[in-house]
Design a protein around this ligand. Structure first.
Ligand SMILES: NC(=O)c1ccc[n+]([C@@H]2O[C@H](COP(=O)([O-])OP(=O)(O)OC[C@H]3O[C@@H](n4cnc5c(N)ncnc54)[C@H](O)[C@@H]3O)[C@@H](O)[C@H]2O)c1
Length: 305
């Protein structure tokens, strides 16, 4: 058990799964939960306490007000504004207008001056992470999403080739959404080029359909994202060295998913060599995110930082 404290804002599906993973893994000593209401936060803290007692874990979960998250080593933002998502395609973008003002307020009230790492989960995560990073003027803000896409990609390929998923190396970068870029040209299996061409269309379709398939069966995706948050915490808080795909600033101020190499918590982007097609796709993702961000900030309700 480390002496780390992790603050969680948002006690919904993802927040619950992240909190459960934190208690079960023993990653953090203190787990602080805040949400839209103190009742929600208190209910999750009580449920986590039951888990802690059943497991004999020494983690200390407790509810708090959002302002009490200010001193945590890491703050995980998994809130979602109330809205109905009418998007059939580009589903994550459907939350942009509703979530942006909420994230801007959180950036101003909680993230500005926060001493620790800040992980943003709220979708569309590349836009929301940029809002938080820019409005707070905080340089340790990361968005979680491309590492989940990458984990799913490696898993799908491992199933396809019937190899252990740990043998598959490869990244999904760019947007955590419809403009995700599969880095097929640098994907390897057990350190070698793939045994056969990657069935890109099939894999892309499976990646696109996976969240919807999970949500239609169990309501929301939750434990997959929780795993991605925990992996991000381990790297950003210097518990593990290695590469993880997270949303960070790229070119011209655009934030998108990139492989980041962490050494003792220090981040260094490490973009692999891209084929011409992958380069074109990454630029298209950046152009889409830049335009979407401009649209959001052009809204008079969403002033520029
Ligand atoms: N980046 C990823 O990989 C990924 C994966 C899954 C979900 N998500 C996103 O994460 C977000 C959360 O998803 P969910 O399924 O947990 O949603 P949810 O609706 O189940 O939970 C959202 C929680 O946020 C709380 N909340 C709302 N406004 C708040 C405020 N002002 N202060 C504090 N808490 C507030 C709500 O009370 C609720 O508990 C969504 O935007 C979702 O799209 C991202």
């Amino acid at each position: 058990m480390s002496g780390l404290s992790v603050g969680l804002l948002g006690a919904g599906a993802v927040g619950q799964a992240v909190a459960g993973a934190l208690v079960a893994s023993g990653f953090a000593a203190d787990i602080l939960v805040a949400s839209r209401t103190v009742e929600q936060a208190g209910a999750l803290a009580a449920d986590l306490d039951d888990m802690r007692a059943a497991l004999g874990s020494s983690a200390r979960p407790r509810e708090c007000l959002p302002r009490d998250l200010a001193a945590c080593h890491a703050l995980v933002i998994a809130v979602r504004a109330r809205f109905t998502n009418a998007n059939q395609a580009d589903v994550r973008m459907g939350g942009a207008a509703a979530n942006a003002p909420l994230l801007r307020d959180i950036a101003r009230d909680l993230v500005r001056g926060h001493p620790g790492v800040v992980l943003v989960v709220t979708n569309p995560v590349d836009l929301m992470t940029r809002i938080v990073g820019e409005h707070a003027g905080h340089d340790r803000v990361y968005g979680v999403g491309s590492n989940l896409d990458s984990a799913r990609y490696r898993l799908l390929l491992a199933h396809h080739w019937r190899v252990p998923s740990a043998d598959v190396r490869g990244h999904v970068i760019g947007e955590h959404g419809d403009h995700a870029v599969i880095c097929a040209s640098t994907t390897t299996v057990a350190g070698h080029p793939p045994p056969a061409p990657i069935p890109l269309t099939q894999i892309r379709t499976a990646l696109n359909q996976r969240p919807g398939r999970i949500s239609s069966g169990i309501g929301r995706t939750r434990t997959g994202p929780a795993g991605a948050v925990l992996a991000a915490l381990r790297h950003t808080l210097a518990e593990t060295d290695g590469v993880v795909e997270l949303c960070r600033p790229w070119r011209d101020g655009v934030w998108l998913g990139l492989p980041i190499r962490f050494q003792a918590g220090h981040p260094e982007p490490c973009l692999p060599d891209l084929s011409m097609e992958e380069t074109t796709q990454l630029h298209a993702a950046a152009a889409k995110l830049a335009a979407a961000f401009t649209n959001l900030t052009a809204d008079p309700k969403e002033p520029r930082p």
